[in-house]
Write a protein that binds this ligand. Structure first.
Ligand SMILES: Cc1cc2nc3c(=O)[nH]c(=O)nc-3n(C[C@H](O)[C@H](O)[C@H](O)COP(=O)(O)O)c2cc1C
Length: 313
Protein backbone atom coordinates (compact mmCIF):
# COMPACT_ATOMS: atom_id res chain seq x y z
CA UNK A 1 0.00 0.00 0.00
CA UNK A 2 1.32 3.46 -0.89
CA UNK A 3 0.81 6.23 1.64
CA UNK A 4 1.68 9.92 1.30
CA UNK A 5 2.03 11.98 4.48
CA UNK A 6 2.09 15.75 4.27
CA UNK A 7 2.56 17.79 7.43
CA UNK A 8 2.95 21.42 8.40
CA UNK A 9 4.79 21.74 11.68
CA UNK A 10 6.04 25.19 12.70
CA UNK A 11 7.53 24.01 15.99
CA UNK A 12 8.15 20.31 15.43
CA UNK A 13 5.36 18.38 17.23
CA UNK A 14 3.37 17.50 14.12
CA UNK A 15 6.61 16.67 12.35
CA UNK A 16 7.53 14.25 15.14
CA UNK A 17 4.14 12.55 14.86
CA UNK A 18 4.41 12.36 11.07
CA UNK A 19 7.87 10.73 11.36
CA UNK A 20 6.55 8.15 13.84
CA UNK A 21 3.57 7.50 11.61
CA UNK A 22 5.92 6.95 8.68
CA UNK A 23 7.98 4.50 10.75
CA UNK A 24 4.89 2.60 11.92
CA UNK A 25 3.54 2.40 8.37
CA UNK A 26 6.87 1.15 7.02
CA UNK A 27 6.77 -1.52 9.75
CA UNK A 28 3.39 -2.52 8.25
CA UNK A 29 5.10 -2.91 4.85
CA UNK A 30 3.58 0.25 3.44
CA UNK A 31 5.53 2.38 0.99
CA UNK A 32 5.59 5.87 2.44
CA UNK A 33 6.41 9.31 1.09
CA UNK A 34 6.58 11.96 3.80
CA UNK A 35 6.65 15.65 2.92
CA UNK A 36 7.41 18.40 5.42
CA UNK A 37 5.52 21.47 4.28
CA UNK A 38 7.31 24.01 6.43
CA UNK A 39 9.85 26.55 5.22
CA UNK A 40 8.89 26.60 1.58
CA UNK A 41 7.79 30.04 0.45
CA UNK A 42 6.12 28.67 -2.69
CA UNK A 43 3.52 27.12 -0.42
CA UNK A 44 2.67 30.14 1.65
CA UNK A 45 2.58 33.05 -0.76
CA UNK A 46 -0.66 31.64 -2.14
CA UNK A 47 0.67 31.01 -5.65
CA UNK A 48 1.38 27.75 -7.47
CA UNK A 49 0.38 25.54 -4.54
CA UNK A 50 -1.32 23.00 -6.79
CA UNK A 51 1.66 22.84 -9.15
CA UNK A 52 3.93 22.35 -6.16
CA UNK A 53 1.78 19.51 -4.85
CA UNK A 54 1.52 17.87 -8.28
CA UNK A 55 5.29 18.02 -8.67
CA UNK A 56 6.07 16.86 -5.14
CA UNK A 57 3.53 14.22 -4.13
CA UNK A 58 4.06 10.81 -5.71
CA UNK A 59 1.42 8.23 -6.57
CA UNK A 60 -0.38 6.91 -3.47
CA UNK A 61 -3.50 5.10 -2.30
CA UNK A 62 -4.04 7.07 0.90
CA UNK A 63 -3.11 10.60 1.91
CA UNK A 64 -2.43 11.66 5.53
CA UNK A 65 -2.48 15.38 6.29
CA UNK A 66 -1.02 16.69 9.56
CA UNK A 67 -1.49 20.12 11.12
CA UNK A 68 -1.14 21.87 14.45
CA UNK A 69 -4.25 23.33 16.08
CA UNK A 70 -4.14 27.13 16.17
CA UNK A 71 -6.96 28.94 17.97
CA UNK A 72 -9.21 25.85 17.90
CA UNK A 73 -8.81 25.43 14.13
CA UNK A 74 -6.71 23.46 11.71
CA UNK A 75 -3.93 25.85 10.70
CA UNK A 76 -5.09 27.98 7.78
CA UNK A 77 -1.93 27.19 5.81
CA UNK A 78 -2.89 23.52 5.89
CA UNK A 79 -6.48 24.30 5.01
CA UNK A 80 -5.22 26.23 1.97
CA UNK A 81 -3.08 23.28 0.96
CA UNK A 82 -6.00 20.86 1.25
CA UNK A 83 -8.11 23.22 -0.88
CA UNK A 84 -5.40 23.11 -3.56
CA UNK A 85 -5.20 19.30 -3.67
CA UNK A 86 -5.95 17.79 -7.08
CA UNK A 87 -9.03 15.61 -7.35
CA UNK A 88 -8.26 11.97 -6.45
CA UNK A 89 -7.43 10.37 -9.78
CA UNK A 90 -4.28 9.75 -11.84
CA UNK A 91 -2.26 8.48 -8.89
CA UNK A 92 -3.93 10.65 -6.23
CA UNK A 93 -5.53 8.28 -3.74
CA UNK A 94 -9.18 8.40 -2.83
CA UNK A 95 -8.64 7.68 0.89
CA UNK A 96 -7.54 10.30 3.41
CA UNK A 97 -6.64 10.63 7.09
CA UNK A 98 -6.29 14.02 8.83
CA UNK A 99 -4.29 14.28 12.04
CA UNK A 100 -3.58 17.14 14.41
CA UNK A 101 -1.38 17.94 17.38
CA UNK A 102 -2.57 20.47 19.92
CA UNK A 103 -1.12 22.12 22.98
CA UNK A 104 -3.21 20.45 25.65
CA UNK A 105 -5.74 23.27 25.79
CA UNK A 106 -8.36 22.50 23.22
CA UNK A 107 -8.23 20.64 19.94
CA UNK A 108 -11.27 22.68 18.88
CA UNK A 109 -12.81 21.74 15.59
CA UNK A 110 -9.50 21.24 13.76
CA UNK A 111 -9.83 17.54 13.01
CA UNK A 112 -13.38 17.77 11.75
CA UNK A 113 -12.49 20.84 9.70
CA UNK A 114 -9.61 19.00 8.02
CA UNK A 115 -11.85 16.02 7.32
CA UNK A 116 -14.60 18.16 5.82
CA UNK A 117 -12.16 19.86 3.47
CA UNK A 118 -10.56 16.58 2.43
CA UNK A 119 -14.03 15.18 1.80
CA UNK A 120 -14.90 18.22 -0.28
CA UNK A 121 -11.80 17.50 -2.38
CA UNK A 122 -13.39 14.16 -3.33
CA UNK A 123 -11.72 11.95 -0.74
CA UNK A 124 -13.14 9.42 1.71
CA UNK A 125 -12.05 9.96 5.31
CA UNK A 126 -11.27 6.58 6.81
CA UNK A 127 -9.68 7.66 10.12
CA UNK A 128 -8.47 10.69 12.06
CA UNK A 129 -6.11 11.27 14.95
CA UNK A 130 -5.51 14.00 17.54
CA UNK A 131 -2.39 13.98 19.68
CA UNK A 132 -2.16 15.91 22.94
CA UNK A 133 1.20 17.71 22.78
CA UNK A 134 3.31 20.42 24.33
CA UNK A 135 2.09 23.97 23.77
CA UNK A 136 4.75 25.67 21.66
CA UNK A 137 4.06 29.13 23.13
CA UNK A 138 4.51 27.79 26.66
CA UNK A 139 8.10 26.81 25.78
CA UNK A 140 9.18 30.45 25.66
CA UNK A 141 11.52 31.38 28.50
CA UNK A 142 9.13 34.10 29.70
CA UNK A 143 6.50 31.43 30.43
CA UNK A 144 7.01 29.74 33.77
CA UNK A 145 5.26 26.44 33.02
CA UNK A 146 5.39 24.38 29.86
CA UNK A 147 2.02 22.87 29.06
CA UNK A 148 2.48 19.12 28.43
CA UNK A 149 6.26 19.23 28.64
CA UNK A 150 7.98 16.54 26.54
CA UNK A 151 4.83 15.58 24.67
CA UNK A 152 4.36 14.01 22.22
CA UNK A 153 6.66 11.36 23.64
CA UNK A 154 6.56 7.61 24.13
CA UNK A 155 2.96 7.83 25.36
CA UNK A 156 1.89 8.71 21.81
CA UNK A 157 3.49 5.69 20.14
CA UNK A 158 0.71 3.11 20.76
CA UNK A 159 -1.79 5.55 19.32
CA UNK A 160 0.27 6.15 16.19
CA UNK A 161 0.87 2.42 15.75
CA UNK A 162 -2.87 1.88 16.08
CA UNK A 163 -3.47 4.39 13.28
CA UNK A 164 -0.87 2.67 11.08
CA UNK A 165 -2.57 -0.73 11.64
CA UNK A 166 -5.94 0.74 10.75
CA UNK A 167 -4.55 2.32 7.59
CA UNK A 168 -3.04 -1.01 6.57
CA UNK A 169 -6.49 -2.62 6.87
CA UNK A 170 -7.61 -0.57 3.85
CA UNK A 171 -4.95 -2.11 1.63
CA UNK A 172 -7.17 -4.55 -0.20
CA UNK A 173 -10.42 -2.64 0.02
CA UNK A 174 -11.97 -0.84 -2.90
CA UNK A 175 -12.43 2.87 -2.05
CA UNK A 176 -16.15 2.61 -2.86
CA UNK A 177 -16.46 0.00 -0.09
CA UNK A 178 -14.93 2.29 2.53
CA UNK A 179 -17.19 4.27 4.83
CA UNK A 180 -16.55 7.96 5.42
CA UNK A 181 -16.14 8.74 9.14
CA UNK A 182 -16.12 12.57 9.04
CA UNK A 183 -19.22 12.75 11.27
CA UNK A 184 -17.36 10.75 13.95
CA UNK A 185 -14.90 13.62 14.30
CA UNK A 186 -17.61 15.95 15.61
CA UNK A 187 -16.62 15.13 19.18
CA UNK A 188 -16.77 18.65 20.62
CA UNK A 189 -19.72 20.02 22.56
CA UNK A 190 -21.99 22.55 20.79
CA UNK A 191 -20.51 25.25 23.09
CA UNK A 192 -16.93 24.60 21.88
CA UNK A 193 -18.09 24.50 18.26
CA UNK A 194 -19.88 27.84 18.59
CA UNK A 195 -16.86 29.37 20.36
CA UNK A 196 -14.56 28.12 17.61
CA UNK A 197 -16.66 29.81 14.97
CA UNK A 198 -17.48 33.04 16.77
CA UNK A 199 -14.62 33.77 19.16
CA UNK A 200 -11.58 31.84 17.96
CA UNK A 201 -11.19 33.56 14.60
CA UNK A 202 -7.64 32.53 13.79
CA UNK A 203 -6.77 35.33 11.40
CA UNK A 204 -8.39 38.03 13.56
CA UNK A 205 -6.45 36.72 16.55
CA UNK A 206 -3.29 36.66 14.51
CA UNK A 207 -3.69 40.34 13.65
CA UNK A 208 -5.13 41.72 16.87
CA UNK A 209 -4.62 39.32 19.80
CA UNK A 210 -1.27 37.62 19.47
CA UNK A 211 1.85 39.58 20.43
CA UNK A 212 3.73 41.55 17.78
CA UNK A 213 7.08 40.19 16.60
CA UNK A 214 9.99 42.65 16.95
CA UNK A 215 13.60 42.47 15.80
CA UNK A 216 16.02 44.63 17.76
CA UNK A 217 18.83 45.32 15.30
CA UNK A 218 21.13 46.61 18.09
CA UNK A 219 21.06 43.22 19.83
CA UNK A 220 21.16 41.12 16.65
CA UNK A 221 24.45 39.45 15.75
CA UNK A 222 23.22 38.39 12.32
CA UNK A 223 23.40 34.59 12.82
CA UNK A 224 20.32 34.16 10.58
CA UNK A 225 18.74 31.45 12.78
CA UNK A 226 15.39 33.28 12.81
CA UNK A 227 15.37 33.38 9.00
CA UNK A 228 16.10 29.65 8.73
CA UNK A 229 13.58 28.69 11.41
CA UNK A 230 10.58 30.71 10.26
CA UNK A 231 8.14 28.13 8.85
CA UNK A 232 6.55 30.62 6.49
CA UNK A 233 9.71 32.55 5.59
CA UNK A 234 8.33 35.74 7.09
CA UNK A 235 11.78 37.02 8.06
CA UNK A 236 14.33 38.04 5.45
CA UNK A 237 17.99 38.83 5.65
CA UNK A 238 19.81 41.77 4.05
CA UNK A 239 23.26 43.29 4.53
CA UNK A 240 22.16 44.88 7.80
CA UNK A 241 20.62 41.72 9.29
CA UNK A 242 17.16 40.14 9.55
CA UNK A 243 14.05 42.20 8.95
CA UNK A 244 10.29 41.68 8.62
CA UNK A 245 9.23 42.89 5.17
CA UNK A 246 5.79 44.27 4.46
CA UNK A 247 3.17 41.98 2.96
CA UNK A 248 2.55 38.24 2.98
CA UNK A 249 2.89 35.61 4.31
CA UNK A 250 1.96 36.91 7.77
CA UNK A 251 3.75 35.87 10.97
CA UNK A 252 1.89 32.89 12.44
CA UNK A 253 3.27 33.40 15.99
CA UNK A 254 4.72 29.91 16.30
CA UNK A 255 7.55 31.46 18.36
CA UNK A 256 10.33 29.38 16.78
CA UNK A 257 12.44 32.47 15.97
CA UNK A 258 11.94 33.92 19.45
CA UNK A 259 12.80 30.66 21.19
CA UNK A 260 16.06 30.11 19.40
CA UNK A 261 17.40 33.66 19.03
CA UNK A 262 20.72 33.46 20.92
CA UNK A 263 20.80 37.16 21.89
CA UNK A 264 17.11 37.86 22.55
CA UNK A 265 17.05 40.27 19.61
CA UNK A 266 13.92 38.62 18.20
CA UNK A 267 11.10 38.89 20.68
CA UNK A 268 7.37 39.24 21.17
CA UNK A 269 6.11 42.53 22.52
CA UNK A 270 3.74 40.82 24.94
CA UNK A 271 2.10 41.23 28.30
CA UNK A 272 3.90 38.22 29.80
CA UNK A 273 2.01 38.36 33.10
CA UNK A 274 -1.22 37.85 31.15
CA UNK A 275 0.18 35.04 29.02
CA UNK A 276 1.68 33.34 32.08
CA UNK A 277 -1.63 33.44 33.87
CA UNK A 278 -3.49 32.11 30.85
CA UNK A 279 -1.08 29.27 30.11
CA UNK A 280 -0.56 28.25 33.78
CA UNK A 281 -4.29 28.02 34.22
CA UNK A 282 -4.49 26.01 31.01
CA UNK A 283 -1.72 23.67 32.24
CA UNK A 284 -3.92 22.95 35.26
CA UNK A 285 -6.95 22.37 33.08
CA UNK A 286 -8.70 25.67 33.88
CA UNK A 287 -9.34 28.97 32.19
CA UNK A 288 -11.41 30.35 29.35
CA UNK A 289 -9.75 28.34 26.58
CA UNK A 290 -9.68 24.86 28.12
CA UNK A 291 -11.89 22.02 27.01
CA UNK A 292 -12.79 18.92 28.94
CA UNK A 293 -12.52 16.72 25.90
CA UNK A 294 -11.96 13.09 26.61
CA UNK A 295 -10.00 11.26 25.49
CA UNK A 296 -7.29 13.90 25.14
CA UNK A 297 -5.59 11.89 22.39
CA UNK A 298 -7.36 9.48 20.13
CA UNK A 299 -7.63 7.66 16.86
CA UNK A 300 -11.08 7.95 15.29
CA UNK A 301 -13.44 6.27 14.92
CA UNK A 302 -13.07 5.50 18.62
CA UNK A 303 -12.89 1.84 19.49
CA UNK A 304 -15.37 0.43 21.95
CA UNK A 305 -13.39 1.49 25.02
CA UNK A 306 -12.09 4.67 23.49
CA UNK A 307 -8.44 5.45 23.91
CA UNK A 308 -7.16 7.37 26.86
CA UNK A 309 -3.54 8.31 27.18
CA UNK A 310 -3.67 11.54 29.09
CA UNK A 311 -0.82 11.60 31.61
CA UNK A 312 -2.85 13.60 34.10
CA UNK A 313 -5.60 10.99 34.34
C1 LIG B 1 -0.75 30.93 17.66
C2 LIG B 1 -0.98 29.61 18.32
C3 LIG B 1 -2.28 29.20 18.63
C4 LIG B 1 -2.49 27.97 19.26
N1 LIG B 1 -3.77 27.58 19.57
C5 LIG B 1 -3.98 26.43 20.26
C6 LIG B 1 -5.30 26.05 20.65
O1 LIG B 1 -6.31 26.68 20.34
N2 LIG B 1 -5.43 24.92 21.39
C7 LIG B 1 -4.35 24.17 21.77
O2 LIG B 1 -4.54 23.19 22.49
N3 LIG B 1 -3.10 24.48 21.36
C8 LIG B 1 -2.89 25.59 20.61
N4 LIG B 1 -1.62 25.93 20.22
C9 LIG B 1 -0.51 24.99 20.50
C10 LIG B 1 -0.20 24.10 19.29
O3 LIG B 1 -1.38 23.55 18.74
C11 LIG B 1 0.70 22.94 19.70
O4 LIG B 1 1.83 23.36 20.38
C12 LIG B 1 1.06 22.09 18.46
O5 LIG B 1 1.47 20.82 18.87
C13 LIG B 1 2.15 22.75 17.65
O6 LIG B 1 2.45 21.93 16.56
P1 LIG B 1 3.84 22.05 15.79
O7 LIG B 1 4.92 21.81 16.84
O8 LIG B 1 3.78 20.98 14.79
O9 LIG B 1 3.92 23.42 15.24
C14 LIG B 1 -1.39 27.12 19.57
C15 LIG B 1 -0.10 27.54 19.23
C16 LIG B 1 0.11 28.78 18.62
C17 LIG B 1 1.51 29.18 18.27
Amino acid sequence: MKVAIIAFSPSGNTLKVSRWLEKSLVAQNCKVQRVNLARDRKLFDGRNVRQYLKKTIKEHDLLCVGSPVYAHHMHYNVKNIIKALPHPKNGWGKLAVPFVTYGGINSGIALQEGAKLLKKSGRIIVAGMKVNSSHCLSKLKQIKRTVNEGMPGDEALPLIEDLACRIKEFENKKPEDCADITHKLAYQSPKVKIKAHIIFREKVWQRHMYPKLIIDSDKCEGCGKCVKLCPVQRIELNGKGPFIPKGKPECIHCASCVRYCPTGAVYFDADWAKWNKLLSKAADGFGPMVSNEKPKSAVYPLTENGYEMDRRN
